[in-house]
Design a protein around this ligand. Structure first.
Ligand code: PLP
Length: 378
């Protein structure tokens, strides 16, 4: 079986399991306890925080461990907006993950915020100019994802951040899909806050963090004992934080040492197009994640293709896996003007260990599967 659904989740790395094991067993302390058992857990948590901070080039106090990408997005959008009430205007793109979109809707319904949703072009790009057109003197926060989970388009975050900062707004980016694939240091992106998730890069599900640049006020969403510097109460998952730090450090190191993986992606895209003439790439042709190739297949149902591929040993998906059992068309494809094709989408996503040969074998399988389905449909 070839697994090409890394954007949904990845297996836990051996190094992450080994690093977390002691904190599930012998070093089981509560990091808030003042005795030696607790101190050893607190030391491990602090070391994990320093590692994450180093990867993103922020201070250790800028790292808030969360239960994953969804919570980090919620904390960023709600926590920054509620703590910085210079205005009540928020800006997001039309292709954000539901974690961001539903958070802004919540602020609109219960806290009187106004939300501007910026459209994307047919490659799924949110331009800095389009964001600039809706920015206002009272804009509190701009939240635009670094790379899209469905079509892989990478956004011009630095330009968008400059536009946001020019009116005094804060800038958050959801980097759940890009960490480990692109440079996500906060200074490079120019953002104030970044969310990421552990299970997309080889840490367990239920791990993630919000990373903050500088001293930012953040209203907590979870109240209690004041852990995480008062920003996220609840006894920390020490083992989870240790695994997250191990995995993100390894993923970032691989990004730097594995060279340019975009050529492999482009060979795969070309091979799929060659064997399946009805295949059209979705998302940007070049400004896309190195590990994403997504298509619509003229006249074929995406779910049918997925089943046919799975029966031939290839596992992929039709889009976001985060909204379980969802049947309505993807808001991302709709925003890109792909109404007519939204139900024929298939997304292939992979990590650093997937080889060119594997991808080319998958392309041949895609050709066989779509040819067989087209023959049946005749
Ligand atoms: N943001 C993006 C872009 C995602 O792709 C996902 C999950 O796929 C999330 C947020 C949610 O992350 P988590 O599954 O860790 O809650």
């Amino acid at each position: 079986m070839i697994y090409l659904d890394a954007a949904a989740t990845t297996p836990v790395r051996r190094e992450a399991v080994e690093a977390m094991w002691p904190f599930l067993t012998s070093e089981f302390g509560n990091p808030s306890s003042v005795h030696a058992v607790g101190e050893s857990a607190a030391g491990a948590l602090a070391a994990a925080r320093r590692t994450v901070a180093r990867v993103f080039e922020v201070r250790a106090t800028g790292v808030v461990f969360t239960s994953g990408g969804t919570e980090a997005d919620n904390l960023a959008v709600k926590g920054l907006s509620l703590a910085n009430p210079r205005g009540r205007h928020l800006v997001v793109s039309a292709v954000e993950h539901e974690a961001v979109l539903r958070s802004t809707e919540y602020l609109e319904r219960f806290h009187g915020f106004e939300v501007s949703v910026v459209p994307v072009d047919d490659h799924g790009v949110v331009s800095a100019a389009a964001v600039g057109a809706v920015l206002r003197e009272d804009t509190t926060l701009v939240s635009v994802m670094h790379a899209n989970n469905e079509v892989g388009t990478v956004q011009p975050i630095a330009g968008i951040a400059r536009a946001a900062h020019a009116v005094g707004a804060l800038m958050h980016t959801d980097a759940v899909q890009s960490v480990g694939q692109l440079d996500t240091r906060l200074g490079e992106l120019g953002v104030d806050a970044l969310s990421f998730s552990g299970h997309k890069l080889g840490a367990p599900k239920g791990t993630g963090a919000l990373v903050l640049r500088g001293r930012l006020d953040l209203e907590p969403l979870v109240h209690g004992g004041g852990q995480e510097n008062g920003r996220r109460s609840g006894t920390e998952s020490v083992a989870g934080a240790v695994a997250l730090a191990t995995a993100v450090n390894l993923a970032d190191g691989e990004r730097l040492t594995m060279g340019d993986r975009r050529a492999i992606r482009d060979d795969f895209i070309a091979a799929v197009r060659a064997v399946s003439p009805g295949a059209r790439l979705t998302g940007h042709p070049s400004e896309r994640l190195p590990g994403n190739a997504s298509f619509v297949f003229d006249g074929l149902g995406g779910e049918t293709i997925l089943l046919e591929l799975e029966s031939r040993g290839v596992v992929s998906s039709s889009g976001s896996a985060c909204a379980a059992g969802r049947t309505e068309p993807s808001h991302v494809l709709l925003a890109m003007g792909l109404e007519a094709d939204a139900d024929s989408a298939v997304r292939f996503t992979w990590g650093p260990t997937t080889t060119r040969d594997e991808l080319l074998a998958v392309a041949r399988t895609v050709g066989d599967a779509t040819t067989a389905l087209r023959t049946l449909a005749r």
